[in-house]
Design a protein around this ligand. Sequence first.
Ligand code: A5P
Length: 216
Amino acid sequence: MSVVDLEQEKRTAAQAAAALVEDGMTVGLGTGSTVAYLLDALAAQAPDVRCVATSEGTEQRARELGLPVEPFNRLERLDVAIDGADQIDGRGWLVKGGGAAHTREKIVASAAERFVVIASSDKLVDDLRAPVPLELLAFGVAATLKSLGAARLRDVAVSPDGGLIADYVGPVGDPAALAAWLSSIPGVVEHGLFPPELVSEIFVARGPQIERIVPA
Ligand code: A5P
């Protein structure tokens, strides 16, 4: 599939999710190129909403488009969060964090009544694979990397909150087991494996059609 077609699929998925947003809602905005189309679609609807953003890039673009963004320090819950993904497996496990924002993205997704994932069809995979993004505390990072073994720091990447960004590059196998192991390592602030329990629904565009997947 061509890059142009994939971009169109991202736009189609984003527009489908934007239609879920209604006046009065609190909305978590994800990060990435698919979310960029979401911002365009939301701006066209101009809903009366309160938004929080998972990255500076999203916040800046949302503001430019006239969407109101506030710090995520007073709202306890969000009505909906909408975000992209790097990989989606058949059970609804996700890999996220290609844009270094997965810690904020997981906080926002967890706070949402409804977490909606939007994606082009190339994001569907049979089995998740490396790289799995990691946010690491700078303090003790060499020791943390030694504990992780198969991980490497990204060049100059930092999270929206200043954490170092690395990628786990070993085998994924059972995502639940890997997620538990990564979470057990001190110095790992957050990893980019998102479990199906976090995901309300996934809108995957295939050409002009939307496939709606609800993880069991
Ligand atoms: C950002 O940190 C990521 O989790 C993105 O949601 C993910 O990388 C998908 O990005 P694209 O929509 O650009 O593919």
